[in-house]
Design a protein around this ligand. Structure first.
Ligand SMILES: [Ca+2]
Ligand SMILES: [Ca+2]
Ligand SMILES: [Ca+2]
Ligand SMILES: [Ca+2]
Length: 348
């Protein structure tokens, strides 16, 4: 079990920096490593939709234990076959609201899904098993967090606190209103040019070394700050969650400290990639609508910048916007300002 667990961690970690060589390398099956401890007296939520615990107002916080409940519901998000016990909360907003449903601080391999107005098996309104961005990855890799879910006035939303693989345990549920993040493309920015991803999408545009053969968006040097508007998001590919990764190739003429920055409608991951060894030189993450920068001293030659979502949160819908800034990627000679015609997705 220990060996299997380590193997899974390696695969997940690699795919996290988007270095799985092909879609088939992403783990389809996961292992439980966080085990719930039965606290039969810890019941809090309702047993079923009909007996759901009512959420009166937001923000809402509750804590309990799922182990003494029955397994009434399950959804595939995207992992199948769970027999975990579950409990249910219900919320009927008086006005339209956008919420996060946060189970990150729970002690077991949680899953959460939402039904709108009725039990619709196989077609939940929203669903998350492992968010991946809950906190320290090794500790919280299997906890759930649904972000920016729209709840509409007059509808009733049933929140099912569930688990993966039969797991159960102590949960901490927070439901709270969030601002819907909208990122505007700055005037005059260059455009990434990739289509928005979709279920079944294969990135032959700028998927970097995730693509076969590797493909990049090439960026010419500029003595001005380069701004690129693009999109990313999470999609389903043959039953697994994938994310659109965007790889930008610079051809640096003089050693330089290059600073990249991003603001995105999703939690973003950016970094400078050592493509020969399949690792980041440096990387950073930033929450949605929060501009962050990252600097790195690059030698002469090819430098690769990676942009994607910071997790496989299916709330990061395809077509979510970002803009990327690149500073310090200067030309050795006077050159016309970067025109987007100079950025191409080339196959090689
Ligand atoms: Ca269940
Ligand atoms: Ca989970
Ligand atoms: Ca993209
Ligand atoms: Ca891409």
């Amino acid at each position: 079990m220990k060996v299997v667990y380590l193997a899974v961690v390696v695969i997940v970690a690699l795919s996290m920096v988007a270095l799985a060589v092909s879609p088939t390398n992403v783990a389809l099956v996961k292992q439980n490593v966080v085990s719930g401890v039965a606290h039969p007296t810890g019941r809090v939520g309702g047993e079923t939709i009909a007996t759901a615990t009512v959420i009166g107002a937001l923000p809402f916080s509750d804590a309990g234990n799922t182990c003494a409940f029955l397994d009434d519901y399950d959804e595939v998000c995207p992992y199948t076959g769970s027999t975990s016990p579950d409990c249910v909360y219900a919320f009927t907003p008086g006005a339209d609201v956008v919420v996060d449903i946060f189970l990150c601080m729970s002690s077991y391999d949680t899953k959460v899904f939402v039904y709108e107005d009725a039990h619709t098996p196989g077609a939940p309104y929203a669903c998350n098993d492992d968010n991946g961005a809950c906190g320290d990855y090794n500790t919280y890799m299997y906890q759930s967090w649904l972000t920016e879910i729209a709840f509409y006035a007059g509808h009733t939303y049933y929140i099912v606190v569930d688990g993966y693989g039969g797991d159960c345990g102590d949960y901490i549920l927070d439901v709270y209103e969030v601002e819907l993040c909208v990122v505007e493309c700055p005037a005059g920015a260059l455009l990434e040019g990739e289509v928005d991803c979709y279920d079944g999408y294969v990135d032959n545009f700028n998927g970097g070394i995730n693509s076969e053969p590797p493909v990049y968006s090439y960026v010419d040097c500029s003595n001005e700050t380069i701004v690129i508007c693009g999109t990313s998001g999470v999609y389903d590919f043959e039953g697994s969650d994938y994310r659109d990764t965007d790889w930008y190739m610079l051809n640096v003429e003089v050693p330089a400290t290059i600073t990249i920055g991003i603001e995105a409608e999703f939690g973003a991951l950016i970094g400078f990639v050592d493509i020969a060894n399949g690792v980041f030189y440096v990387s950073t993450t930033t929450p949605s609508c929060t501009y962050a920068t990252l600097s790195y001293s690059v030698p002469v030659g090819e430098t690769v910048i990676f942009v994607s979502t910071d997790s496989w949160d299916t709330g990061y819908v395809c077509g979510s916007d970002y803009y990327l800034t690149i500073d310090g990627y200067e030309c050795t000679s006077a050159v016309e300002e970067g025109s987007w015609g100079s950025i191409k997705a080339l196959y090689r």
